[in-house]
Design a protein around this ligand. Structure first.
Ligand SMILES: NC(=O)C1=CN([C@@H]2O[C@H](COP(=O)(O)OP(=O)(O)OC[C@H]3O[C@@H](n4cnc5c(N)ncnc54)[C@H](O)[C@@H]3O)[C@@H](O)[C@H]2O)C=CC1
Ligand SMILES: O=C(O)/C=C\C(=O)CC(=O)O
Length: 354
């Protein structure tokens, strides 16, 4: 096989990985040169945020616990004001993509460095991508100021992530790697990471379902999430991410569940146009059939939702979702075809196996 031409830019980021690695927090804050860290979380994860603040002692400026999904601009403004008022020189985000996203909204405005402590598998901590929702519209952009400088991956912090959320969040991560494998700007390094990331999550999710507090499975899942998040941060996404962005942003569907339901259908749509990528996905998931079927089975067999109608999508809104998805052209292995995308959405709504 010949190696194709490609461009690979590696981002400056420090990753501290391992069970118990939260104990290195103070050292890592020191390495950033920070003295007053504002700790961010959702209301539900306030106890974890307080633990982090306690560990920081005099270097904690305070806790802001109002992170919510899709970063409403009002919350971003409030968090920015709190950071400025408390004289914070760093944001510590403990939680999932919503909390990391709030940290990014602060960093975008102020340049404050972020130390991220992920507790789901969404992967935002590895990307320079931010999203902010204003007047019901979610806008995303790319800016290296928002890329967390340091990431502490401690699998002990995700032991309590409910099984349902672990499975859908893990498949959200797999989606980044799957689309990375057919990205127009892909490269061999991202290919390796994508395959390894999918394989790690493909092993870990059934193991977590069987034994939610299995430390080895939690570690495997977080490792996979790291790799898949890196792929998302480095190469362009395609139809699947566009559809999920539309469904989440315009119809307020839950993020990880939407990814889980749509991915098999987006892969089926692209299967004929990206056979090599599909073979790699299927192989990483240990299946002998197709990639779309392997992802669908992973979700269904581990108790995840497989139909958009089961997570609040109305059938009457499918036409509008299709229009949104076709609004702007973007690279995708198979050209964007209205009738086929409408059929994809119908299949995802009904939850049929592709
Ligand atoms: N900018 C980027 O690169 C990316 C952004 N995102 C964004 O992240 C958001 C979704 O993030 P997710 O991580 O899926 O969900 P999330 O951050 O909204 O978390 C969902 C819920 O689970 C709770 N939770 C998180 N970790 C927990 C744990 N270990 N134990 C118990 N509860 C826990 C949270 O407090 C929250 O209530 C979306 O807004 C999405 O657009 C997602 C991926 C990449
Ligand atoms: O919407 C954002 O915050 C940016 C990217 C993502 O959410 C990636 C994804 O769809 O998982």
């Amino acid at each position: 096989m010949t190696t194709p031409s490609f461009i690979y830019t590696s981002a400056p980021q420090r990753v501290v990985f391992g069970a118990g690695s939260l104990q290195h927090l103070a050292r890592e804050i020191d390495a950033l040169g920070a003295r007053r860290a504002l700790v961010l979380s959702t209301p539900e994860q306030r106890p974890q945020a307080e633990r982090v603040a306690d560990m920081l002692g005099a270097h904690a400026a305070g806790v802001f616990d109002r992170a919510v999904m899709h970063v409403p601009i009002e919350t971003a403004r409030e968090a920015r004001e709190v950071a400025a008022r408390l004289g914070a020189d760093c944001a510590v985000a403990i939680g999932g993509g919503s909390t990391t996203g709030l940290g990014k909204a602060i960093a975008l405005d102020s340049g404050l460095p972020i130390l991220a402590i992920p507790t789901t598998y969404a992967g935002s901590e590895m990307t320079p991508i931010y999203g902010i929702t204003e007047a019901g519209m979610k806008k995303t952009g790319k800016d290296f100021r928002v890329l967390p400088r340091t990431v502490i991956y401690d699998p002990e912090l995700s032991l309590g992530l409910p099984v349902g959320m672990s499975v859908t969040s893990g498949i959200n991560a797999i989606a980044h790697a799957a689309e990375g494998l057919y990205a127009v700007d892909s490269n061999p390094i991202m290919d390796l990471m994508a395959q390894e990331g999918i394989a790690a999550l493909g092993r870990a999710l059934p193991a977590i379902r069987a034994t939610p507090k299995d430390p080895a499975a939690r570690s495997d899942a977080l490792y996979g999430a790291w790799l898949c998040g890196t792929v998302l941060g480095n190469v362009g996404m395609a139809l699947h991410h566009k559809l999920c962005h539309t469904l989440g942003g315009s119809f307020n569907l839950p993020h990880a569940e939407t990814h889980t339901i749509v991915l098999p259908h987006a892969l089926a749509y692209n299967a004929g146009a990206a056979p090599e990528a599909m073979a790699k996905i299927a192989k990483a998931l240990g299946g002998s059939g197709g990639a779309a079927q392997a992802v669908y089975d992973l979700a269904r067999d581990n108790g995840a939702p497989v139909a958009l109608r089961d997570i609040g999508m109305k059938e009457a809104d499918l036409d509008l979702a299709c229009e949104h998805a076709l609004k702007n052209q973007y690279p995708n292995p198979r050209p964007l075809e209205r009738a086929a995308i409408r059929a994809l959405l119908q299949n995802a709504w009904e939850g049929v196996r592709p």
